[in-house]
Ligand binder design. Sequence first.
Ligand code: CU
Length: 270
Amino acid sequence: MGRLFAVVVTAIALVSVTLFALHTWWLPPDISTHGGRIDSQLNETMIVAGILFVAAQLALGVFVWRFGERGGTRATWPVRIFPGGATPMVVIATVLVGIEILVLTLVGSKVWASVYQSPPPPGALQIDVLAEQFAFYFRYAGADGKFGVIHPEKMSDADQNFFGLDPATDTTARDDIVVATLVVPANQPVALRLHAKDVNHSFYVREARIQQDFVPGMVIPLHFTATTPGRYELVCTQLCGLGHYNMRAYVEVKSPAEFGQWLKAQQPAF
Ligand SMILES: [Cu+2]
């Protein structure tokens, strides 16, 4: 049994590493300007963690093969030949893995901060996003370039007033455009403001390498630049209720000219 287990452990390790190395199930192509940095960070993490994974699994296989069937006999190799016995070996392994995790964290947090904690480029197109159980809505400022003020008590799905606007008294709200698909121009920075009406939701677009939670009571900024026209799925990745599985929308990236035409053709919300 011991040797069979050693073979199975080794085979599982090699097959799973091969699947990763061949990119059998891999990320969709990146369509954002920042995604290259995220992808290379992910690759780095995969390679470093993969080497450790294979080394640990192969060592496990070797130990089980050599010592698995000697019931009651303690393993003496390589503890006996390692200077000082088991303790320094365990300490060294722990320190090495600790350094690896710290380095990945420090390097990775720089990449993360460059995307999520940098200000949007000047001139970015402002779009408001509202998440609620179980839909997303997107708001453009309209012809006046100004967003109407949000009044949470006026939010009403029945009146299709998803953002809680008050067009009767707020003139800036009257020409706001509210749609259920996020349309953005290619190669132009987009600055989103994320609002949650009820519970936590998340804004996740695989191809744009963007994932950011919505938190009720907070307005969370998120900016990115899409490079490739197309239609991409936006999904909620926070378990937000019974309809969570079905909470999604689409991001349409259009050429700047097509985007301009699309925006002109939209009717104001009121
Ligand atoms: Cu949700």
